[in-house]
Design a binder for this molecule. Sequence first.
Ligand code: NI
Length: 250
Amino acid sequence: MLIDSHCHLSHNDYENVLDIINNMKDNIMIVSGADYESNIDVVDLCKRYDNIYGVLGIHPTEITDNIEEHLKYIEEHINDKHIVGIGEIGLDYHYECNKDLQKEIFIRQIKLALKYQKPIVIHTRDAIQDTYDILNSENAYQVNVTIHCFSESLEMAKLFIKKGAKLGIGGIVTFKNAKKTVDVVQNIDLKHILLETDSPYLAPEPLRGTKNEPKNVYLVAKKIAEIKNMDIADVIEITTSNSKTQFDLK
Ligand code: NI
């Protein structure tokens, strides 16, 4: 059994989400919210499918004027069926943005996770140092922390692991120019790694450029097995167990 530890399945992401879910029969998906609408979809999917779990959160680039209402929705549904964490939350400085506002909303969602003792899923882009510092200063590691779509240096990977974080590895590891991520996978014990797709984004090779879907998590497992010179069955078994523990899946 495979677990895609991070994907998006909102009605905005796919025309026919049912096909996508059917393709993951006997496997598990952890669906991530990013804004108000996708959080509503996550709550709904978690209610309807035994093999779908979800995390709720406001992505740093999705902070709108209605943020208070959106945060309230997350708190109201944090103990719903199959809701297993807060995410994806974090910092994204890639485009011009209000860094102080991003930090404030990030911290408030960390506090929410700590209040309800729920795991956190982190998005970080061009903001690794601030992300690292805030997780430390907010004592975020009292709950399980996953750095989703990890694509930073090996040095940074080691720092996060030392804190107890897990690293989500997705399609990027299959890309030709992914030296950094390959280096991380090569040198980090598999017990710190979760498989993910970040569907509908970042389709792995040989499907790069197409719309990604959770079943492609198999291609990520295959690439990791190659890099680590392991049996793919062992990669799947270990990473599935990691995700189950990280999100306390029953
Ligand atoms: Ni994502």
